[in-house]
Design a protein around this ligand. Structure first.
Ligand code: SF4
Ligand code: SF4
Length: 450
């Protein structure tokens, strides 16, 4: 039996991973893409092109709006037909560039290969930044920022996140099987720029083929190891992964770098390889398409900016006999329900779930019965029931004091709640208000200028 490690708390939702055996299929370029200038955490980018401009595939379309930001690149060649507000998957309108594809056959990118591992560290970071890389597991934090920790926070270990603990998603699983060398090289590049001595790849034990393959790939490399992990949600949360792999606890309000660790997703590692060795920008990604409403569930390499409806159609479309009840971008635990299928696939889109009413099982909200299940399930050791009550009463300072900002919005509490309370929605709102209140208080305490 495989020896596995894990963390305290969490739960075991049904894994629904029916597409793990589906090899990645590359979809043809779409006719149109909608590229939001904000596909990352941080400042939105500033456009570099105007309506009417002709753009090449891979051309940089925006410059970062600050250090914590990332550029966006044209995912198809064509003409810029609009620059304005378009609906974002997050449910708000945001600035996006729309490209209509050229009628000409697509030219491949012309990458110039170098041995990325022999490049100076600054050049590696620069290539990663120029390629617009962000955390592709869904967090979308700009990668170059994570690879530039302050000197006071030395990093000794890098963990690649190959856990993919969200039910239904298998895109990372397929990438580990199909591009293991890129992933291992990506890990080495991250370790090089951070001067980290150890590199780990954490994978849940429900992917034994990926564990075996990557184990084979790192054999003989003393500083690299593949760590099989117990199948438990949210095993792929950064703090849970660090606890499971290294036994270190990231302090409340702290970051992995506070305990000498940087975590990156396996898809990001593969993209780092392409960016550093070939200067290939992030213009496409692998997305799991699943749910009983789709004709051909599977894993698809799709251009960023492809409208969700066009993606579904290109991948075989919907079944005519099963009405679509809900579409989720991401996994069922942390994903976002979509209200508009014209929103685009973006850098953090790991999955698209097209669910029937039965799968969506929309449940009626009841009164809290104080069963305590949410407390048991919370991997951050919070008191979800109490926090919800404080948010409902708008007691923001108390909610802050009880650690609402440590909530990682994993959904374990809501999943386990027999009263079907919308706990995560409450915490999302509560976190926003608590942060805004704290900022307001800090600003009020600043000395006023003359
Ligand atoms: S799991 Fe739901 S019903 Fe039980 S204590 Fe928590 S909020 Fe209340
Ligand atoms: S959503 Fe927040 S409160 Fe609920 S289980 Fe996850 S971390 Fe805990």
């Amino acid at each position: 039996m495989m020896n596995t490690r894990t963390f305290a708390g969490g739960l075991h939702p049904p894994d629904l991973k029916t597409t793990g055996g589906a090899a990645i299929v590359t979809l043809p370029p779409p006719k149109k893409v909608v590229l939001p200038l904000s596909q990352h955490i941080g400042a939105p980018g500033k456009p570099l092109v105007a309506v009417g401009a002709t753009v090449e595939k891979g051309q940089k379309l925006s410059e970062p709006g600050g250090f914590v930001s990332a550029p966006v690149h044209a995912s198809i060649a064509g003409k810029v037909v609009a620059l304005g507000n378009f609906m974002h998957p997050f449910g708000v309108a945001s600035t996006a560039i729309v490209i209509e594809g050229s009628a000409e056959p697509e030219k491949p990118l012309s990458p110039v290969a170098v041995d990325g591992l022999s490049l100076p560290d600054d050049e590696i970071r620069k290539r990663i930044q120029e390629a617009g890389l962000v955390g592709m597991g869904g967090a979308t934090f700009p990668t170059h920022v994570k690879l530039s920790p302050p000197a006071a926070k030395p990093i000794d270990s890098v963990i690649l996140n190959g856990v993919e603990c969200e039910p239904a998603l298998t895109a990372d699983h397929r990438l580990m099987l199909e591009e293991p060398d890129k992933i291992v090289t990506g890990l080495k590049l991250i370790m090089k720029v951070l001067k980290a001595k150890k590199g780990y790849i954490g994978i849940e034990a429900n992917k034994p083929d990926a564990i075996r393959l990557l184990d084979e790939k790192v054999k003989g490399e003393e500083n690299l190891a593949v760590i099989p992990l117990e199948v438990k949600y949210p095993q792929g949360g950064e703090k849970q992964l660090i606890a499971a792999v290294l036994g270190r606890e990231v302090p409340s309000g702290g970051l992995p770098m506070d305990v000498g660790v940087v975590v990156q997703n396996v898809a990001t590692a593969a993209a780092i390889h392409d960016a550093v060795f070939f200067q290939v920008p992030l213009i496409e990604r692998v997305v799991t398409l699943a749910g009983s409403c789709v004709q051909k569930p599977g894993n698809y390499r799709v251009r960023l900016g492809t409208p969700v409806a066009d993606f579904i159609a290109a991948a075989g479309g919907l079944k005519p006999d099963i009405p679509l009840a809900k579409v989720i971008m991401g996994g069922p635990m942390m994903g976002l329900a979509l209200f508009d299928l014209n929103v685009p696939v973006i850098k953090g889109t790991s999955g698209l779930l097209c669910w029937s009413a039965q799968e969506a099982s929309l449940r009626e909200e009841k009164t809290c019965i104080r069963c305590g299940r949410c407390i048991e399930a919370c991997p951050m050791h919070l008191l979800p029931q109490r926090l919800k009550s404080l948010v409902d009463k708008q007691k923001w300072a108390d909610a802050g004091g009880l650690g609402i900002l440590d909530c990682m919005e994993c959904g374990c509490c809501a999943y386990t709640c027999p009263a079907n309370l919308p706990l995560v929605q409450s915490f999302k709102l509560g976190k926003k208000v608590v942060l805004a209140e704290r900022k307001r208080e800090a600003d009020a305490q600043k000395p006023k200028g003359n």
